[in-house]
Design a protein around this ligand. Structure first.
Ligand code: PLP
Length: 444
């Protein structure tokens, strides 16, 4: 499995050509186009456990897990069974259903949030949470952190992480706003600070705290590659509430991944609101936001902040989310297993890179991990500027070396990989063998 194979990509190439004729760039989400690593994006025909099979019949060991949701592995029997059962009862009602209550109760029980509202994506969750914070406080400005990605709502596409860091030319995204089509006036309501810079946050709050509706943050960053928050930064985040600002933890990536209660539980955080996506839908389109009842009760129809969705609380999506959270709840040891895998993966990768003379700095926490191609000491890549110093050409060479050996790593230097319950001993040793060979092919 780990020898470099000249896989045929004929079917993927043909599909990509068809796709480009009818879809911008041939993909429905930019990073899938492989622009920063080159080569043809693989069109996936099916997925099972830790593996993807592409349209040409090539099997890959998957480290993306659909960018986070598939913590149990692909096509998990409990999730499949739950969705199949729901399917038999009809696919959408546009009226309340019991599964929405079940999933909300599960989330409340696991996270301590007092109220939850379902939407259909992480983007909708953060966008809605920010509107709520503005409605609740009557203030206009929000604060976010450089390199944090919170979905593609206009006011959040400001210095916004991976997809924008690895743009078409593989260069770093521009300063605010980081997408065409976002009016400067709108982006101007988003104030951007460096991650892990508590003094800057304290200073901004001291100067303008009374204008700020919300501070939104990734409690562990995945979208500039993995960045771990320092205790001082986390403490400064909690101080923003002294100024009446709403603290919003974006747990779309970390929720139910870093622990049953997310990064919030793992790092003992106490945000006012949280946003979820990915795992909460078990691979179907679900997002959610929730938190303090006095804030959440501002949401329509209880309160004056409007937010709605035709497919919100969709019964199939709820069924997948319920089955996934129930599995996680029944197997709390899984988090130790995932962390153990990632710890051994990180150690093996460090060793292999050193043997090949390739400088790397690895950040990892739980089942999230990024190999930064740069010589900084492990753990010292702590903000966007540090992540951006990575050698993206070396990363691309390593990525291709892995892919040709059947390992599907995240196709961007500025992403986390996601390990699942289906990754075991065989997968770990196959990865380390392929990675060692791929490092040998990187010019340093
Ligand atoms: N917030 C974070 C932290 C994310 O990682 C993402 C997506 O990767 C989003 C929000 C947006 O979620 P979605 O892609 O479901 O809209």
């Amino acid at each position: 499995m780990t020898t470099s194979q000249p896989h045929s990509t004929a079917q993927s190439e043909a599909l990509f050509a068809r796709a480009r004729a009818v879809t911008p760039g041939g993909v429905n989400s930019p990073v899938r186009a492989f622009r920063s690593v080159g080569g043809v994006p693989r069109f996936i025909a099916s997925a099972q456990g830790a593996y993807l099979t592409d349209a040409d019949g090539t099997r890959y060991l998957d480290y993306i897990g659909s960018w986070g949701p598939m913590i149990l592995g692909h096509n998990h029997p409990a999730v499949r069974e739950a969705v199949t059962q729901a399917l038999a009862g009809g696919t959408s009602f546009g009226a309340p259903n019991e599964r929405e209550v079940d999933l909300a109760e599960l989330i409340v029980g696991l996270t301590g949030a007092e109220r939850v509202r379902f939407v259909s994506s992480g983007t909708e969750a953060t966008m809605s949470a920010l509107r709520l914070a503005r409605g609740y406080t009557g203030r206009k400005y929000i604060v976010k952190f450089r390199g944090n990605y919170h979905g593609h709502a206009d006011g959040l596409l400001v210095e916004a992480g991976s997809g924008l860091m690895t743009n078409a030319e593989g260069e770093l995204g521009a300063a605010a706003p980081s997408s065409a089509g976002v009016p400067e006036e709108y982006a101007g309501l988003t104030l951007v600070l460096d991650y892990n810079a508590p003094e800057a946050l304290d200073a901004l709050m001291a100067a303008r705290g009374e204008e700020i509706a919300a501070v939104i943050f990734e409690p562990v960053v995945g979208n500039a590659g993995v960045l771990i928050p320092t205790p001082d930064f986390l403490a400064a985040l909690h101080r923003v509430r002294d100024f009446g600002a709403v603290l919003i933890a974006d747990e779309v990536m970390t929720g139910f991944r870093l622990s049953l209660s997310g990064a919030t539980g793992l790092l003992s955080l106490d945000p006012d609101l949280r946003c979820w996506g990915k795992i909460v839908g078990g691979g179907l389109p679900v997002g959610a936001y929730g938190g303090r009842a006095d804030i959440m009760d501002f949401v329509s129809p209880q309160g004056p902040v409007y937010q709605a969705g035709t497919l919100s609380g969709n019964p199939l999506a709820m069924a997948a989310g319920i089955a996934t959270l129930r599995e996680l709840k029944a197997n709390p040891d899984l988090y130790r297993q995932l962390d153990d895998y990632a710890t051994r993966l990180a150690a093996g990768l460090r060793e292999a890179a050193a043997r090949a003379g390739v400088p790397v700095s690895i950040n990892h926490i739980g089942s999230m991990l990024t190999v930064f191609f740069q010589g900084a000491p492990d753990g010292s890549v702590r903000d966007y500027a540090a992540a951006a110093r990575s050698d993206t050409a070396a990363f691309a060479a390593w990525f291709q070396g892995l892919l040709s050996r059947g390992i599907y790593w995240a196709p961007s230097q500025f992403e986390s990989i996601f390990i699942s319950a289906a990754h075991g001993e065989a997968e770990l040793s196959a990865t380390l063998e392929a990675a060692a060979q791929a490092f040998e092919g990187v010019e340093s």
